[in-house]
Ligand binder design. Structure first.
Ligand code: ADP
Ligand code: ADP
Ligand code: ZN
Length: 205
């Protein structure tokens, strides 16, 4: 099964992705995680991607599409995959259609007022990618791997504002796009994480 997880920054895509992939035995592909790995390793792609990510802008479509195309051709994607944070523009969705069939698109819907709070309070594990919130987790270390948690550079209030505008302008049109294609299911992402997960499992049946 090939699934796309849609939702604004902070909607809970990363949080739900790991659980869905574990349950379905499919491969988790997060374009944001791929870019951050390149940035940490200072690869040529990382250096380019950082200039966009720091400004809250999207990395250009051509670059992003190629990365996904290469990633899903790997062996561990044979049983299916979950795309977290891709596509993020209609042009990316159109390009994706040329090399894969998407069975289901889950849109995690969260009111805008909540997103700013979720993102500015987010702490992440730079080692395994796990995501936490200061409201629910006080420990300084990751509960899965023990690494010291960090705040992402782009989770400051100013950049979050820019990213939410980019979402409205460039990504939100995908809701209509996938509704028209008949593959979209919307879940209420303002519920507790466990309840959101149950709703997603139901939507994937
Ligand atoms: P995304 O990948 O969509 O940007 P994350 O999964 O990283 O979002 O979640 C953003 C922040 O909100 C994190 O701090 C996370 O712990 C928190 N969060 C995720 N889901 C929920 C939820 N259902 N209720 C409350 N907080 C949540
Ligand atoms: P979040 O879900 O919190 O917005 P991500 O980790 O998915 O964060 O993405 C972080 C940044 O990486 C984005 O703000 C954007 O600059 C870049 N990025 C991730 N996915 C894409 C994509 N599909 N197209 C273009 N840029 C992307
Ligand atoms: Zn970790």
């Amino acid at each position: 099964m090939n699934v796309v997880l849609l939702g604004a920054p902070g909607a809970g895509k990363g949080t739900q992705s790991s659980k869905i992939c574990e349950k379905l035995g499919i491969c988790h592909i997060s374009t944001g995680d791929i870019f951050r790995k390149h940035i940490a390793e200072k690869t040529p792609l990382g250096i380019v991607a950082k200039t966009y990510i720091d400004k809250g802008q999207l990395v250009p479509d051509e670059v992003t599409v190629d990365i996904v195309k290469e990633r899903i051709s790997k062996d561990d994607c044979k049983n299916g995959y979950l795309l977290d944070g891709f596509p993020r523009t209609v042009a990316q969705a159109e390009a994706l259609e040329d090399f894969c069939i998407i069975d289901r698109v889950i849109d995690i819907d969260v009111p805008f007022e909540l997103l700013l709070h979720r993102l500015t309070g987010r702490r992440v594990c730079p080692n395994c990618g796990a995501s936490y919130h200061v409201d629910f987790y006080n420990d300084k270390n990751c509960s899965s791997c023990g690494e010291t948690l960090i705040q992402r550079d782009d989770d400051n209030e100013e950049t979050v504002g820019l990213r939410l505008n980019v979402y409205k302008r460039q990504t939100a049109p995908l809701i209509k796009y996938y509704k028209k294609a008949g593959v979209l299911v919307t879940v209420d992402g303002s519920k507790d994480s466990e309840d959101v997960f149950s709703d997603i499992v139901e939507a994937l049946k």
